[in-house]
Design a binder for this molecule. Structure first.
Ligand code: GLN
Length: 484
């Protein structure tokens, strides 16, 4: 059974052509077959999955509730809380943590009839771009097992790409949904900041974090977003802007849409092969009746430095809660309270998380606060202003997602600055809070997936999805065989 179309599965389950239990069993079989090599999942509890699927089948039989995701298997990134189901954030410090509550996004998925298949691997606390910073395992790219899946939502991207789940939730603080989607030949949508409730998303950098959608095509991403978007009393930063009908508007022709190409995203750091594929995609876009013009986002060169002050600063404060007292890892037999904190955190956190806590604590410390965090916030305003000005003249922006195709496992892991620099085309959307999507647009000569990024104005996910859907259907990427 193919698991690559959520709308189809939902229609089939609602029409009784297939049961949610059969779909769930197919997903579990695929995990059994492929995940030994791919290592996308951290936790799968087959009995729980099948029990839940039987419950959905009962609801379908009894026409109990509105079920826009009836029987659709969904994978959840392991930094999103699931009541009773282990949620590690890819960290040893939460290795045995079982949340007492469920994230709003997951609750909405379940109310819509989705079946949670399991929890997916990620960089520890979502800090990374390759899923190599997980304390537990490295997730492999299904198109080349020696390459990274991207990150930090690498497990969620691979779960979808390899047919182990139909949809997945990830989180995007600086690119963690879009970049792994691009590396795995699937669609990844980062919504506007505040469009989806963060309640139950374990905090990394609270002013940047947003839960995003991974799917095989833009329609499925639209369907998923329509279920999880909206205001939530449990997250004061969730927005009350009305949620439009993302699926209803998706086919509206693009004719007349003005599209900007930000010249700073085509800098010398962009790999020549990626550039050629993106240039081709831009030509294709112009045949859809859109007007393309070059625009400038002049503060882009400062974005990495800016993001890597703000994100660690917020992380250092958010991660202060892991102290071994109420939950999470606690060292054995500490001599006193201070020793318990020190040893629990020293053993519980991995190297990248410690690096960020140190950078962030330094940037926030008295005497340095203005020079680092204060200035970084000013630069953030400038980056946001760049987008505001660009969107006065155009409706969307189109750019690459990442400067290179998926890199080799181990290639950047000992060079944090190289890893950080690979986020250059994704972090600005988070600094500005705008929505952006990655859509498959080709393969490199060596068979590695490349994604196209489409960015829109705040709360204009409908336009972003519409452009993505029409590009995706007009210029489909020829399918390639997976390695597993
Ligand atoms: N790669 C970026 C970082 O390491 C973004 C991660 C994310 O979006 N969670 O911070």
């Amino acid at each position: 059974m193919k698991l690559d179309d959520a709308l189809q599965i939902r229609d089939d389950v609602l029409a009784g052509r297939v049961s949610a239990t059969e779909v769930a069993a197919a997903a579990l079989r695929r995990i059994e077959e492929a995940d030994g090599l791919l290592r996308a999942f951290l936790t799968v509890e087959p009995e729980r999955v099948l029990e839940r699927a039987r419950d959905v089948d009962r609801q379908v039989r009894e026409a109990d509730g509105n079920l826009p995701l009836a029987g659709v298997p969904v994978a959840i990134k392991d930094n999103i809380s699931t009541k009773g189901l282990r949620t590690t954030c890819g960290s040893r410090i939460l290795g045995n943590y079982i949340p007492p509550y469920t994230a709003t996004a997951v609750r909405l998925l379940e109310e819509a009839g989705a079946v949670v298949i399991g929890k997916t691997n990620c960089d520890e606390f979502a800090m990374g771009s390759s899923t190599e910073n997980s304390a537990f395992q490295v997730t492999r790219n299904p198109y080349d097992l020696d390459r990274v899946a991207g990150g930090s939502s690498g497990g969620s991207a691979v779960a979808v790409a390899a047919g182990m789940a139909t949809l997945a939730l990830g989180s995007d603080t600086g690119g963690s949904v879009r970049q792994p989607a691009s590396f795995c030949n699937i669609v990844g949508l980062k919504p506007t900041y505040g469009r989806v409730s963060r309640y139950g998303l374990v905090a990394f950098a609270s002013s940047l974090d947003v839960i995003g959608a991974l799917a095989h095509n833009p329609r499925d991403a639209a369907l998923l977003l329509s279920v999880i978007a909206g205001e939530d009393r449990s997250d004061s930063t969730s927005s009350s802007v009305p949620v439009p009908d993302y699926l209803g508007a998706i086919s509206k022709p693009l004719k007349g849409l003005r599209i900007g190409i930000p010249k700073e995203f085509f800098d010398p750091g962009l790999d020549a092969e990626v550039k050629a594929i993106i240039d081709e995609a831009l030509k294709n876009v112009s045949t859809l009746g859109c007007d393309l013009t070059e625009v400038s986002l002049p503060h882009t060169p400062y974005a990495i430095a800016d993001y890597y002050i703000i994100a660690p600063a917020e992380a250092s404060s958010n991660l202060a809660r892991y102290d071994g007292v109420r939950y999470g890892y606690r060292c054995a037999r500490p001599g006193d309270l201070m020793e318990m904190y020190v040893r629990s955190r020293a053993r519980g956190f991995g190297a990248e998380v410690k690096r960020r806590i140190m950078i962030g604590t330094f940037a926030l410390s008295s005497g340095y606060y203005e020079a680092y965090y204060g200035r970084a916030m000013k630069v953030r305003t400038l980056v946001r202003g760049d987008y505001e000005r660009a969107f006065e003249g155009v409706d969307l922006l189109i750019a690459p997602v990442a400067p290179t195709p998926p890199f080799r496992i181990g290639e950047k892991v000992n060079d944090p600055v190289a890893m950080y620099l690979s986020d250059i085309y994704t972090v600005t959307a988070n600094l500005a809070g705008i929505p952006a999507i990655s859509v498959p647009c080709g393969f490199s000569a060596s068979g590695l997936p490349i994604g196209l990024q489409i960015l829109g104005r705040h709360f204009e996910e409908d336009t972003v999805l519409r452009a993505a859907d029409q590009y995706f259907r007009a210029f489909p990427v020829a399918p390639r065989a997976l390695r597993v």
